[in-house]
Design a protein around this ligand. Structure first.
Ligand code: NAD
Length: 518
């Protein structure tokens, strides 16, 4: 582990912990900071040494009910606010995020263990999400004109109502803005339940939105555990839709929990994304992308390329180059700007990731780099590469969600496609080849919602973001988000030429006597 020298980020972190966290985190409901009605709290910890970070209000069904009612009441007026006014407020939110971006980045690092070098851009991306949807707010209700003989049909879109947003712990600030910004732009009101392992920046976001002038009750925040606060949110009758980012198995629970109230759901779930490297590719660029897409963000990233499929002629050399890079990665204090991999979010997640080092050995794979704990305290693991793996091993099939890469050889294009698709997930895929025809053919056959050819994941907000198979339902991004947060209504106007079939204007039917007389 790289040794930490004193850095100004530590002073800022100390200052912020004193000013922001000593009083504990409360819920934000109907424009007020409140404790849980039960008075319950829980303790959140920092992954650097697992010491106590902050006391957090622990919400349950009563707090969710209060927040859902606040969101319901606020919806009656927020839905009528003009698109231009919504745009102004959302831009103001983006301005304030930018103003507090250093604070957001430092607190996110302390809370999640993500390296500060990546959290700075995560805060900036949060602001971008608000700006992007701010500019789309005035057009959110736009529909289509669909003329038919004798009729003018036109559609409009209207906000669905109060929505629940449930987010995970890996990059919580950015992911929350990705959901909340389009919901507000559409005219929906929100109840947000952030992950219990990283609750801090959701509180900052609520403060920012309040300061930006968002009317009371339009955005509500309830902290707490999935099985209590999260479950109650998905079951509440006033909540019309649930936007969820998290594990596949939690998505199944939410679908069941929302069944009685017929919730509309949008799921962004897990992945075991392949990066396929053919022997004709630009291997230097491919190497950079492969290393970046698994070891950045601690590998706690839904679109991480956690399975690398390498053509057999270049397998040994390419895996040796990955291993060398992995061994050079700087693991350490997340607040140090030189750190590339920080501690994993929680001791339970740390144990899960460590467990895969044992599984790899049991399954007969080789640990070509890493595969061990780093340092004596905190949740640090070394960037890891498994070689000699087969696609049917658990290290190839299961989402590890850490800085852990499994390398599998393939013979030809057909073999690569079978291996790439032979998992239950289908979020993202990455393809490295200089054969243009093959690139298109392979991309069409690959079972994934998003595919990058000769590139790592590069974000483009208008494009559809989401997965197939067990990786999700629905798409975010551009207009796709509005399809989820809004109802489409069709209005048919007759042009006056249309003839309605007339009933009850003919001769009364003659009833046969015998029948009538019985
Ligand atoms: P998780 O499913 O354990 O928790 C996510 C959220 O759901 C938390 O807020 C949790 O409290 C809540 N929750 C848990 N049980 C619930 C229930 N029964 N009802 C309602 N809410 C409940 O996920 P996690 O461990 O926090 O996050 C990691 C997972 O998120 C990984 O699988 C990762 O791939 C996925 N993820 C996906 C994307 C994507 O875009 N597809 C992005 C980021 C993370």
């Amino acid at each position: 582990m790289t040794q930490t020298s004193a850095h100004p980020n530590h002073d800022l972190a100390r200052e912020l912990r004193e000013s922001q966290l000593t009083g504990g985190l409360k819920h934000f409901i109907g424009g007020e900071w409140v404790d849980s009605q039960s008075g319950e709290t829980f303790q959140s910890h920092t992954p650097t040494d697992n010491s106590a970070l902050v006391t957090v209000a622990s919400g349950d069904a009563a707090d969710i009910d209060r927040a859902a009612r606040a969101a319901h009441d606020a919806f009656q007026t927020w839905r009528e606010v003009s698109g231009a006014e919504r745009r102004n407020i959302l831009h103001k939110i983006a301005d304030l995020i930018e103003k507090r971006s250093q604070e957001i980045a430092v607190l996110e690092s302390v809370d999640t263990g993500q390296a500060i070098r990546f959290m700075k851009s995560a805060a900036a991306r949060g602001a971008e999400n608000f700006r992007f949807y701010a500019d789309r707010a005035p057009g959110a209700q736009d529909g289509e004109s669909l003329p038919a003989p004798g009729f003018l049909n036109y559609s409009i879109r209207q906000p669905i109502g109060p929505v629940g947003v449930i987010t995970p712990w890996n990059t919580p600030f950015m992911l929350s803005t990705w959901k909340i910004a389009p919901a507000l732009a559409a005219g929906c009101t929100v109840v947000h339940k952030p992950a219990e392992w990283s609750p801090v920046t959701a509180t900052l976001l609520a403060e920012i939105m309040d300061e930006a002038g968002l009317p009371k009750g339009v955005h509500n925040l309830v902290h707490g555990f999935g099985e209590s606060a999260g479950k109650a949110l998905t079951e509440h009758p006033l909540i019309k839709a649930v936007a969820f980012v998290g594990e596949t198995v939690t998505g199944s629970h939410i679908m069941r929990q929302g069944a009685d109230t017929l919730k509309r759901v949008h799921f962004e779930l897990g992945g075991k994304n392949p990066v396929v490297v053919f022997d004709d590719a630009d291997l230097d660029k491919a190497l950079d992308a492969v290393v970046f897409m698994i070891y950045s963000l601690n590998g706690e990233r839904c679109t991480s390329s956690s399975r690398v499929l390498i053509q057999e002629g270049i397998y040994d050399e390419f895996t040796a180059r990955i291993a060398e890079r992995a061994r050079n990665i700087r693991v350490g204090d997340p607040l140090d700007p030189d750190t590339e991999v920080g501690p994993l979010v929680h001791p339970r997640h740390f144990q899960k990731v460590m467990g895969y080092f044992d599984k790899a050995r049991e399954e007969g794979a080789t640990i070509a780099a890493g595969g061990e704990r780093v340092g004596g305290e905190g949740n640090y693991v070394s960037p890891t590469l498994f070689t000699g793996a087969r696609n049917d091993m658990r290290i190839s099939q299961e989402e590890i969600f850490g800085p852990v890469l499994t390398a599998i050889p393939f013979t030809d294009e057909a073999d690569a496609l079978v291996l790439a698709n032979d998992v239950k997930y289908g979020l993202a895929g990455y393809l490295w080849t200089n054969d243009l025809t093959r690139a298109h053919r392979f991309a069409h056959g690959l079972e994934a919602g998003m595919i990058w050819v000769n590139s790592e994941n590069v974000r483009h907000l208008p494009t559809p973001f989401g997965g197939v198979k067990n990786s999700g339902i629905g798409r975010d991004g551009g207009d796709y988000s509005f399809e989820f947060y809004m109802e489409t209504k069709n209005i048919a106007i007759s042009l006056g030429t249309h003839k309605t079939a007339r009933l009850g204007v003919g001769q009364a039917p003659v009833v046969q006597k015998e029948v009538a007389e019985g």
